[in-house]
Design a protein around this ligand. Structure first.
Ligand SMILES: Cc1cc2nc3c(=O)[nH]c(=O)nc-3n(C[C@H](O)[C@H](O)[C@H](O)COP(=O)(O)OP(=O)(O)OC[C@H]3O[C@@H](n4cnc5c(N)ncnc54)[C@H](O)[C@@H]3O)c2cc1C
Length: 398
């Protein structure tokens, strides 16, 4: 196992850096660096730039518009993307549905939906969780009953991220109430403009509307929108989740935000000296830095195994746990470093162009919303406790 980059990979890194330098609009990188609110149009703008270069769906096969990169190239790209403060790629179409359609969709479905994900015609959201079916996802109750050429869908999804912008939702629905619970689930593609769909916002602890409830009342969905086979949805759902988990680990985001934490801790004084010289604070920072270095090595180790023909199994759960713990600790330390400046909640501070000087150092007002928002990392994509259960089953056989 060789964990160093080859000269070709290093020159690829330079190519990627040049791309970010030339093509990433300064307005967008400033918004991301300062932790400001991104509008739908901001996210779409960045998608279009990546798509023009052929780098939007960088893990898709070339046949469907991917660039044909190795896993190591993707790793380099993701890290450089975070270091350049590029907006994240909205994952639902590109990273979640795309791979499922490519592996399990019909030719017609691939031709119909994949190009529309790339060119931004469809904004997708994820309809997995329900009240009472989060960790126990297979317990979901939303039903789809076949009537001729349509399924009639009734039920409720919740925590639907960015569903307020979505044109389409991919949903897990129950198509057989009599089978064992994992065996009665199907994977449906549903038009959010269908009669009978209602989207209601949920306001999160940081004051933002990022998630929603979605209600379905007698919603008719063409049978052609069933992915794969009826009652086989659980297999597709699990396949999608491994993609979701590896993405959440976010090594690049941690590296970029840790750099910012170091600057803040250097700048902030306690008893006349910088916070970085405070032994307790410095020890917590050192621990994060060590964990982050270990995490990078583990990530590369997993990628090297994948490049050698292996598949990430319980490792994606390990990366999810450790990666999200690190990200949460960094937001916690950043909030602490700003001290009382991070205390006021100022929704306008999240808007581009807001002048925050009167409540302390630059981006202090974003430290608390960012801290609160990132509590979600250990919950979604399967909570960290559930990931520990997966690891103990897969590795310890418990
Ligand atoms: C901000 C945010 C965005 C989200 N976006 C989406 C989205 O776009 N689409 C979507 O479908 N879902 C989304 N989710 C839902 C997310 O996947 C669920 O919240 C998650 O799976 C946990 O389910 P739950 O909230 O029902 O909690 P529960 O399952 O009720 O769990 C509550 C607590 O009990 C623990 N627990 C439960 N069972 C066990 C067990 N067997 N062993 C040990 N501990 C256990 C959990 O770890 C957790 O701490 C989002 C969630 C959040 C917070």
């Amino acid at each position: 196992m060789d964990l160093s980059f080859t000269p070709e990979e290093e020159s690829f890194r330079e190519e990627v850096r040049a791309f970010f330098r030339d093509k990433l609009p300064a307005r967008l990188s400033t918004l991301v660096r300062e932790g400001k609110r991104l509008r739908k149009s901001d996210m779409e703008e960045w998608h279009a730039i990546l798509n023009e270069r052929g780098w939007l769906a960088n893990h898709w096969p070339e046949q469907w518009g991917g660039p044909g990169w190795s896993v190591i190239q993707r790793f380099i790209f993701d890290n450089e993307s975070a270091l350049a403060h590029a907006p994240r790629v909205v994952p639902f179409g590109v990273n979640m549905l795309g791979p499922v359609l490519i592996k399990y969709g019909s030719e017609e479905q691939k031709k119909q939906w994949l190009p529309r994900i790339l060119d931004g015609s469809d904004w997708w959201c994820q309809g997995y969780s329900e009240p009472g079916a989060g960790s126990d996802l297979a317990g979901l109750k939303t039903t789809a009953v076949r009537k001729g050429d349509v399924y009639v869908v009734n039920g409720q999804k919740t925590w639907t991220t960015l569903g307020q912008h979505a044109d389409m939702i991919f949903c897990l629905v129950r198509t057989d109430a009599t089978a064992k619970k994992q065996e009665g689930i199907s994977f449906l593609l549903i038009d959010m403009k269908s009669p009978g769909i209602e989207v209601r916002p949920i306001t999160l602890i940081d004051g933002e509307q990022e998630v929603n409830e979605v209600f379905f009342t007698d919603v008719e969905v063409p049978v052609a929108n069933l992915v794969g086979e009826e009652n086989m949805g659980w297999t597709y759902a699990k396949y999608l989740l491994t993609y979701e988990r590896t993405n959440i680990a976010g090594v690049g985001f941690s590296i970029a935000s840790f750099e910012r934490l170091k600057e803040v801790a250097q700048m902030q004084k306690k008893g006349g000296r910088s916070l970085v010289d405070d032994p307790l604070f410095a020890a917590r920072m050192a621990r994060v830095e060590i964990d982050l270095a270990n995490m990078q090595t583990t990530n590369l180790r997993v990628l090297a195994a994948v490049a050698g023909g292996g598949a990430p199994g319980a490792e994606s759960s390990m990366l999810k746990i450790k990666g999200t713990e690190i990200r949460q600790e960094i937001t916690s330390l950043t909030r602490r470093a700003y001290g009382s400046y991070a205390a006021p909640y100022i929704p306008e501070a999240l808007e581009a162009g807001w002048n925050g000087e009167d409540v302390g150092p630059e981006d202090a007002a974003m430290a608390a919303p960012s801290y609160f928002n990132n509590r979600k990392l250990s919950i979604f994509g399967g909570s960290n406790e559930i990931q520990k259960n997966i690891i103990s089953k897969a590795i310890l056989g418990l």
